[in-house]
Design a protein around this ligand. Structure first.
Ligand code: AMP
Ligand code: ZN
Length: 496
C-alpha cells in the first residue's frame, strides 16, 4: 500500500496503524439496524460514516468483506419487551412482516443516501443454529450458566479470569452493575446484576421462538453479532464498527462472548461513530426534537426552512469527522447546500481546463500537487473527511481562479492537471459517494426557477386579496407532491 492508514481504536483509545490480518484484505463488521420501525437520521449518519470507511479501504486497494447485519430477533426495549414483537403488536402484523417491511425501507433509504450495499447482510433470525452453537461453547468453557431454560453469561467469572470485561467502555464493576439494564425481566435468575442473557426461554405468548438444548426460546441480542461476525469474518478479524451508543453493553458483551467461546479476541480495531444531534440536542420523538429523512428531503418539518436533497445531506454529514457529534441545523444545511454546489460546479469547470502546450511547472504547480496529496493524507488520518474536504475546497478556489485567469494556467503541468482531475473524480464520487442529484433528477435549477416564479405570482395574488388564485396554486402544487410553506421570511417550497 502506498499510504499508511491510521485509525482510532476505541479499545486501545489510540490511533493505530492499520495492519490487516491478511495482507491486502480487510474484514469489517458493522452493527446494522433493528428493523422494527423506520430507519432514523441518526442511523443514517452511522451507516454513511461506515460507507465512506468501506469506500476508502477499497480505494486504497484492499479487498474488503463488509458484513452488516439486520437485527430481527432478541433486541429488547428497556422494559424487557422484544422490539420486533412490539412493532408487530402495534401494526397488527406478523413479526416477519415487520422485519421485511422495515428492511425494505432501510434498503431504500441506504440507496437514497448512495451507500454501497455490504458484501454480506445476514439476518439474526437466519443464524439461530450458529448462535446456539456459540452458547454451547461459552457454557463448555465455564463462562455461562443455565437457570430455568435461560442461559446467562457469567460476567464476574469472566472478569476474574480474563480481566477483559469493561475494557472497551472503560467501566468498572460498580458502574457495570448500575448500568446493566439488559434483560430486566429475569433479574432474579442472574447470579450477578451485570450478567446478561445469551439464551432466553420464551414466555408462552412470545411468538418468535426456536428449539434449543435449554428451552424453546430465542438468543440474546448481543449474541447475533458475535456469531455472525465469527461465521463470515473468522474468530479474529480486522474492523468492528457501530454507533457510540453501542459501546456498552452491546460491544462490551460481544467481546466477552467471543473470548468466552474460543479465547480469541474477535475484532482488532473497534471504530465508533458519534451521535447526530438536532439543534444542539439529542434527537427525541417524545419532545418533538426529531426529523425523519423524508421530512428533511421535503422540508416538511418545523426544524427546516426548506427541503435538502439527499446528496446535500450526505455532504453535510461528511463535513464533520465521524468521531465528533454532528449537529443538524437549518443554517448548517444551507451552508452545506452552497458548499455542495460549489464543489459540483468546480468539478465541471475542472473538466474544461486543458493543459497549455507551453506549460512550465511553477510555484503554483507545487502548491497544487501538495494539496492533491493532502487529500489522501487527511483520509489516512482516521478517515478525516472534513479536512480532506477542506483540501478539495482549497483546490476549488484555484480551479475557479485558473478558469477566470486570475491564476496562470501555464504554471500548471499537464501531469498535475491530470492528477487533479483524477483526485476530484475519485474522492467526490468513489470515496465520498456523492453525485450531482440536482442534475440526476433533471433539476439543474430550472424547477427552482419555475417555483420562484409561481411563488411570486401567488404573492401578488395574495396582495390583491385574490384568495381563490392563491389557494388554487397551493392546491394544484400539492396534488403533484410539491408543498408551499409560508414563513415570516416569505414562502419556500419542498417535496411532500
Ligand atoms: P439501532 O437500529 O437503534 O440498533 O441502531 C442502528 C445503528 O445506528 C447503530 O450503530 C446505532 O449506534 C446507530 N445510531 C442510533 N442512534 C443514533 C444517533 N442518534 N446518531 C448516530 N447513530 C445512531
Ligand atoms: Zn451488533
Amino acid at each position: 500500500m502506498k499510504y499508511e492508514l491510521k485509525l482510532y481504536n476505541s479499545l486501545s483509545r489510540e490511533k493505530e496503524t492499520f495492519r490487516p490480518i491478511h495482507e491486502g484484505y480487510a474484514g469489517m463488521y458493522v452493527c446494522g439496524p433493528t428493523v422494527y420501525n423506520d430507519v432514523h437520521l441518526g442511523n443514517c449518519r452511522t451507516f454513511v460514516s461506515f460507507d465512506v470507511i468501506y469506500r476508502f479501504l477499497r480505494y486504497l486497494g484492499y479487498r474488503v468483506r463488509y458484513v452488516r447485519n439486520i437485527t430481527d430477533v432478541g433486541h429488547l426495549l428497556d422494559d424487557g419487551e422484544d422490539r420486533m414483537l412490539k412493532g408487530a403488536r402495534l401494526e397488527q402484523l406478523e413479526p416477519m412482516e415487520i422485519a421485511h417491511k422495515y428492511t425494505v425501507g432501510f434498503h431504500d433509504m441506504m440507496r437514497i443516501f448512495n451507500t454501497l450495499p455490504p458484501s454480506i447482510e445476514p439476518f439474526a433470525s437466519g443464524h439461530i443454529p450458529e448462535q446456539i452453537e456459540m452458547v454451547q461453547a461459552i457454557l463448555d468453557k465455564g463462562f455461562a450458566y443455565e437457570v430455568n431454560g435461560s442461559v446467562y453469561f457469567d460476567t464476574l467469572r469472566f472478569m476474574e479470569q480474563t480481566g477483559l470485561y469493561g475494557k472497551l467502555s472503560g467501566r468498572n464493576v460498580d458502574e457495570l452493575i448500575a448500568e446493566s439494564r439488559d434483560n430486566l425481566k429475569n433479574q432474579g435468575e442472574k447470579r450477578h446484576p451485570a450478567d446478561f442473557a445469551i439464551w432466553m426461554k420464551a414466555a408462552p405468548e412470545h411468538i418468535m421462538r426456536w428449539r434449543s438444548p435449554w428451552s424453546e426460546g430465542f438468543p440474546g441480542w448481543h449474541l447475533e453479532c458475535s456469531a455472525m461476525s465469527t461465521k463470515y469474518l473468522g474468530k479474529e478479524f480486522d474492523i468492528h464498527g457501530g454507533g457510540n451508543d453501542l459501546k456498552f453493553p452491546h460491544h462490551e458483551n460481544e467481546i466477552a462472548q467471543n473470548f468466552g467461546a474460543c479465547q480469541c479476541s474477535g475484532a482488532r480495531y473497534w471504530l465508533h461513530a458519534n451521535m447526530l444531534l438536532l439543534n444542539g440536542k439529542k434527537m427525541s420523538k417524545s419532545d418533538g426534537n426529531t426529523i425523519s429523512p423524508k421530512e428533511l428531503f421535503s422540508g416538511n418539518s418545523p426544524h427546516v426552512s426548506k427541503g435538502y436533497s439527499p446528496m446535500v445531506v450526505r455532504f453535510f454529514m461528511l463535513q464533520t469527522h465521524y468521531r465528533s457529534t454532528l449537529d443538524l441545523t437549518d443554517e448548517a444545511l444551507q451552508a452545506a447546500e452552497k458548499g455542495f454546489r460549489r464543489l459540483m460546479d468546480a468539478y465541471k469547470t475542472l473538466q474544461s481546463l486543458q493543459p497549455l502546450p507551453q506549460a512550465q511547472a511553477g510555484k503554483l504547480d507545487a502548491e497544487m500537487r501538495s494539496l492533491v496529496e493532502g487529500v489522501a493524507e487527511e483520509m489516512c488520518d482516521d478517515f478525516n473527511t472534513p479536512k480532506a474536504m477542506a483540501r478539495l475546497f482549497e483546490l476549488v478556489s484555484r480551479i475557479n481562479a485558473l478558469k477566470g485567469e486570475q491564476l496562470p494556467l501555464e504554471q500548471v503541468s499537464a501531469d498535475t492537471l491530470q492528477r487533479l482531475k483524477e483526485t476530484f473524480q475519485a474522492y467526490i464520487f468513489e470515496v465520498f459517494g456523492l453525485y450531482d442529484d440536482a442534475q440526476a433528477s433533471g433539476d439543474d435549477g430550472t424547477l427552482n426557477g419555475l417555483m420562484q416564479l409561481i411563488i411570486e405570482i401567488r404573492a401578488d395574488a395574495r396582495q390583491r386579496k385574490d384568495w381563490a388564485t392563491s389557494d388554487k396554486i397551493r392546491d394544484a402544487l400539492k396534488a403533484i407532491g410539491l408543498q408551499l410553506k409560508d414563513g415570516k421570511d416569505g414562502t419556500t417550497w419542498g417535496r411532500e
